[in-house]
Design a protein around this ligand. Structure first.
Ligand code: FES
Length: 222
């Protein structure tokens, strides 16, 4: 007998009338529940938060502490690229403009409702990498293949292989927040995967990681 999937919920962590109206509309259409407080642990959940405010790192830690597997969707009222980058670096799974909130929220609810709710993968014990910075390890993650785990400026992040020819970035030189591919010298921002220099024409796949309950987890960004 097939196991019934739990109802997906949206945890609204923002005081924003326009975002609340958009979330209520999408939840109504898709049958998701809308919460103002943390839903029970283990519930498939999209957390909707204002990504333009202060204290983003604390907000991300609050969400990951309460619901490690939640999808953290941030919205921004204005198109400030630097603020956008800061939000992605803080560990949001996705950042969108407030006007584009509806479609992104609908997509995220759809994925979770299809049973893709368990998003985070434990990749090692926290003590295996305790006290180390820069490149920590290469690891195979279901659905992602090989990724390289780094710690930069106190944050954990996983980068996929170099988009140029698929070489691991784990053995590349790290300098001032940028990793250089050991094969042909493409350079990528360590915290966002953003391409800094070719020959790669693309950004490196970048997935947030975090420590929880003595383990290191990676959240595949799709
Ligand atoms: S494989 Fe990375 S630059 Fe060529």
């Amino acid at each position: 007998m097939e196991r019934a999937l739990a109802q997906t919920v949206v945890w609204l962590l923002a005081e924003d009338r326009a975002a609340e109206r958009a979330a209520a509309r999408v939840c109504n259409e898709s049958g998701a529940g809308l919460y103002r407080t943390p839903p029970p642990s283990g519930t498939p959940c999209v957390v909707l938060a204002d990504a333009s405010g202060d204290g983003l790192a604390g907000l991300v830690d609050q969400v990951r502490g309460a619901l490690p597997e939640a999808y953290l969707l941030g919205f921004m009222a204005g198109p400030d690229p630097e603020a956008w980058r800061l939000a992605e670096r803080a560990g949001f799974d996705e950042v969108v403009s407030r006007g584009a909130l509806g479609p992104s929220l609908r997509r995220a609810i759809g994925r979770l409702s299809e049973g893709e709710g368990v998003r985070a993968h434990a990749i090692c014990d926290a003590q295996d990498v305790a006290g180390r910075i820069g490149f920590l390890m290469d690891v195979d993650v279901p659905g992602l293949g090989q990724v390289s785990l780094f710690r930069e400026k106190g944050r954990l992040v996983c980068l996929g292989t170099c988009p140029h020819k698929g070489v691991s970035l784990g053995r590349g030189e790290v300098e001032e927040g940028v990793v250089t591919c050991p094969a042909h010298g493409s350079r990528f921002d360590l915290l966002t995967g953003e391409r800094v220099r070719g020959p790669s024409d693309f950004d490196a796949p970048c997935h947030p990681a975090y420590e929880q309950a003595g383990r290191i987890w990676v959240l595949p960004r799709t």
